[in-house]
Design a protein around this ligand. Structure first.
Ligand code: NAD
Ligand code: TYD
Length: 342
């Protein structure tokens, strides 16, 4: 069994590669990644020499390159993690989101068609559903919730999902989609809420909370996300969407305060800054379908997962210090330098 994993040098993709190499030691895993600012080859250093692992630096938009790799590897399964993934960057400059997330996905779909790939899995997001109001805790995203994207990022992911479903219906491509909630854990790029707050706490820098910090996200530990995808690619029904989430809703401000407590840092580091444009209020997944059909349930409780994550950032300072001292400095200055107080 050969699996092409795109975007495997990023956060969830790398964790998925580690997970799969352990869970299926007889599989061949081929990682295809462009190594954008979010891709980090050092993350994969521990598996680089493994006989059943191959890394290929490639852009999913490069049709010739992608077709060449499919010709060589004849993958049984393709799992597409490759994406521009940060909402704030999409608000600043949407173009590359359309290119990678939509056009890139279409290239992979064409390659799967051309080479008769047995399964294409699209790693999507709950953000395609838009958001839920704070005063309706009884509402959740199900697979029937209409697509209602808010940001250029979520609109590009929604577009890719529509293409995947169209290729299934029109060409009979055996495709599945997972729409997962906010994922956290090791190797999470420090531009995202949890790793950014951990890194800033450890460097005694202000903790920039957007608006009042009342927005709610539904957090899932990365290993649970990986296990859900492993189940879907093996047992999920082609043409189906599976929502993935662990009923773990938290307000941003409560997460930031928890990180302060865990690291023994004062809450006075918290700075309320100008809100994100079009900021989604609440995400909450109903995971009934994946539970009933595939028996998936999250294993890691948030209280344990956040401790493990903080421990990882404490033990792997070189990994994130390297990142935040490079190009990222410019990004941080651009995003937060002139951001007014809320
Ligand atoms: P990430 O930004 O950490 O990693 C993205 C990876 O894709 C990087 O290694 C990058 O180099 C690579 N990449 C980007 N453009 C590419 C291109 N054109 N060709 C080849 N490789 C390219 O992202 P992540 O947080 O690991 O997210 C992975 C996927 O999961 C994304 O599709 C995202 O939409 C989805 N998702 C993320 C979350 C979350 O909370 N992080 C939740 C649900 C779904
Ligand atoms: P993020 O990690 O960017 O994920 P997403 O926007 O895809 O849910 O942000 C999670 C939440 O944290 C979101 O409501 C925005 C908020 N946030 C801040 O308050 N401050 C920050 O510096 C960042 C990066 C995010």
């Amino acid at each position: 069994m050969t699996i092409i994993v795109t975007g495997g040098a990023g956060f969830i993709g790398s964790n998925f590669i580690f997970y799969m190499l352990k869970a299926h030691p007889d599989y061949r895993i081929v990682c295809l990644d462009k190594l954008t600012y979010a891709g980090n080859l050092s993350t994969l250093s521990g598996v680089m020499e493994q006989k059943n692992f191959r890394f290929v630096k490639l852009d999913i938009c490069d049709r010739e390159g992608v077709f060449g790799l499919f010709r060589e590897e004849k993958p049984d399964i393709v799992v597409n993690f490759a994406a521009e993934s940060h909402v704030d960057r999409s608000i600043d400059d949407p173009g590359v989101f359309l290119q990678t997330n939509v056009i890139g996905t279409s290239v992979l779909l064409d390659a799967c068609r051309a080479f008769g790939t047995g399964r294409f899995h699209q790693v999507s997001t709950d953000e395609v559903y838009g958001d839920l109001p704070l005063d309706r805790p009884d509402l959740f995203f199900t697979e029937q919730t209409p697509i209602h994207a808010s940001s250029p990022y979520s609109a590009s992911k929604a577009s890719a999902d529509l293409l995947v479903m169209a290729y299934h219906r029109t060409y009979g491509l055996p495709a599945t989609i997972s729409r997962c909630s906010n994922t956290y854990g090791p190797y999470h790029f420090p531009e995202k809420l949890i790793p950014l707050m951990i890194a800033n706490c450890l460097n005694d820098r202000p903790l920039p909370v957007y608006g009042q910090g009342l927005n709610v996200r539904d957090w899932l530990y990365v290993e649970d996300h990986c296990r859900a995808i492993d189940l879907i690619i093996h047992k999920g029904r082609a043409g189906e969407v599976y929502n993935v989430g662990g009923h773990n809703e938290m307000r941003n401000i409560d997460i930031v305060k928890l990180i302060c407590r865990e690291l023994g840092k004062p809450e006075s580091l918290i700075t309320y800054v100008t809100d994100r444009k079009g900021h989604d209020m609440r995400y909450a997944i109903d995971p009934t379908k994946i539970h009933d059909e595939l028996g998936w349930l999250p294993v890691t409780k948030f209280a344990d997962g956040i401790k493990k994550t903080i421990r990882w950032y404490l033990d792997n300072r070189d990994w994130w210090q390297d990142i935040i001292s490079g190009e990222y400095t410019k990004y941080y200055e651009k995003m937060y330098g002139n951001r007014g107080k809320a």
